[in-house]
Design a binder for this molecule. Structure first.
Ligand SMILES: [Ca+2]
Ligand SMILES: [Ca+2]
Ligand SMILES: [Ca+2]
Length: 334
């Protein structure tokens, strides 16, 4: 099975795609916070202050009593309320946690804004933006389960204030929930469609077979309106797929676009071997425009590439057709 996946330059993709380019480190709200760990303490030489030294390779490692695969949390507390816009976490060891949440304190309890269970296989950084409350006095990064071969650990945290975060242009930046019909057997993780890297793909579970079907569903934290869906397919565009939204009243999926092997030229752009599909209101969709509001978007791959499994590399869901971001430009594919 693996040899099929590598029939194009994919062997390199698997290696290169994980090395995400991290942004520079900066001074932020983390610098005015008090840091605590639960349980308290840390491994000698890996103190909490390593999380805010603007050196991504210097790590905090939890107290080892939590055990390999165990959980621990780090809390940032402010003397006065702050407006958090974005939390960036730099996981700089190869031991990504298996499950973590990003929470804020509402005065009486922790509220979870992001719940991540689908981390990349190797070191990465994660931006968690939008969806935070107008003000809070504490933020918690809660590692529920660390890597099965290691302890809770990460390298750096930077926290932007809300005023520093640009307006929301891609609804995929909300704290969305991702589901695939081949969960939990995906060959590569679902969050890879959110990393703005066209070299990293979600790949379905392999049991569907080459050319097989799979669905990929996005659930938004509240009902949203969008005008454009842009899917980056990489080397392996499917033979047939549909872009669908969930109709709560009818309890059914609405098909907005049904694409087969020979798509209309307006819907596909080709750069060497690279394709993206663009589905927009008033464009050339085979079905109705996107609804006024919906909570779910589904990419329904009916027949994947004859050479590969259901997979794609990026998904963008754009609310404002006048503010379409530039297409992701790395079409060289490493
Ligand atoms: Ca910093
Ligand atoms: Ca550090
Ligand atoms: Ca990607």
């Amino acid at each position: 099975m693996r040899s099929l996946l590598s029939s194009r330059p994919l062997g390199l993709l698997f290696l290169a795609g994980w090395l995400l380019a991290a942004p520079p480190l900066w001074a932020g709200l983390e610098d005015s916070a008090t840091l605590d760990a639960t349980p308290p303490g840390s491994l000698g030489g890996f103190p909490l202050t390593n999380l805010v030294d603007n050196v991504d390779t210097s790590e905090w490692i939890s107290d080892l009593t939590v055990g390999v695969g165990g959980g621990a949390s780090v809390t940032f507390t402010w003397a006065s309320p702050v407006a958090i816009g974005q939390v960036s976490i730099f996981w700089t060891s190869p031991y990504m946690p298996r499950e973590y949440t990003v929470d804020t304190w509402d005065g009486s309890q922790w509220v979870t804004h992001f719940h991540v269970t689908d981390t990349p296989a190797a070191a990465a950084y994660a931006n968690h933006a939008y969806g935070f409350p107008a003000s809070t006095t504490a933020l918690r990064i809660n590692i529920v389960q660390s890597h099965e071969a290691n302890y809770p650990r990460f390298g750096e945290v930077n926290i932007l204030t809300a005023s520093e975060v640009p307006p929301l242009t891609d609804l995929m930046d909300l704290p969305v929930t991702l589901e695939s019909s081949t969960d939990p057997t995906n060959f590569q993780g679902k969050t890879l469609v959110l990393d703005n890297d066209v070299n990293t793909d979600w790949v379905s579970g392999l049991s569907v077979g080459v050319g097989g079907p799979a669905t990929f569903t996005v659930t938004f934290p509240y009902a949203v309106k969008f005008s454009i869906v842009r899917i980056y397919w990489g080397f392996y565009p499917p033979e047939e797929f549909q872009v669908e939204t969930w109709d709560e009243g009818a309890s059914d999926w609405v098909v907005h676009d049904h694409i087969t092997t020979a798509p209309p030229a307006d819907d596909w752009t080709e750069h060497q071997d690279y394709y993206y599909a663009y589905h927009g209101d008033g464009n050339t969709m085979s079905g109705p425009d996107f609804p006024v509001e919906t909570t779910k978007l589904r990419v329904n791959i009916l027949v994947s590439s004859p050479d590969n499994f259901p997979r794609f590399s990026e998904l963008e869901v754009l609310p404002d057709p006048t503010k379409v971001p530039a297409e992701l430009s790395d079409f060289t594919l490493e």
